[in-house]
Design a binder for this molecule. Sequence first.
Ligand SMILES: [Zn+2]
Length: 246
Amino acid sequence: MMSWFRNRRLRRARPDRQAFAAVVADFPALARLNRTQRERLFERTTEILADKDFQGAGGLELSADDVLVVAVMAALPVLDLGVNCYRGFHTFIIYPAEFQADFEEVDEDGVVHRGRDLRAGEAWAWGPVVLGLDEVMASGRGQGYNVVVHELAHQIDQLNGDMDGFPPLHSGMDAQRWADVFNRSYERLCQELEDGLEPSLDPYAAESPAEFFAVASEFHFDVPEWLAEHHPELHEQLRCFYHPER
Ligand SMILES: [Zn+2]
């Protein structure tokens, strides 16, 4: 139900048209959208600005322009899916650049490793999305890199349980086909790395099926033609998933 209260929130959140157009023009991943898609991107951006909190961290005083860039970029993965896919989190935490994060990992022998490392972004299970602003600005440049899409792909992935590279598929999509295509592509990348060949995707995708889905999503939104040419099956599955109507 679209309540009066929600309508008022949306009206207040609506960004300035010129500022929105400037962001779109600045990023090739956004500038390629057609008129109808841009209008939809504007709606999604407005919804994200109305629904989410944006907090600066690490001494960053977030400007309205910074918030707008994050919101517009965040609108891209849910352009055709709808912002309901972001129901698992409420807050964007933005650092000035890459940030230190504590990690804890269990290796194959069951040994727990703890430490700190530098991250461009981070998505917590049912928690905030953390981003480095410099990394956001380097995203969507047609290089197959988009930290915002990456972290939000993790958020979408976990809607049906774990972050495991298997998001909630739409009715009409074949789960077995999805699993086959992703397994094949994942194994291909792992094999390329093992053989010392030029990897066909960012090697970080070989970390886990969850990272593979997140990285493949970055390629889908940043270099779709390249992905269609080099990973046609993967491209097709991602197209069906992110654009159910197209
Ligand atoms: Zn990741």
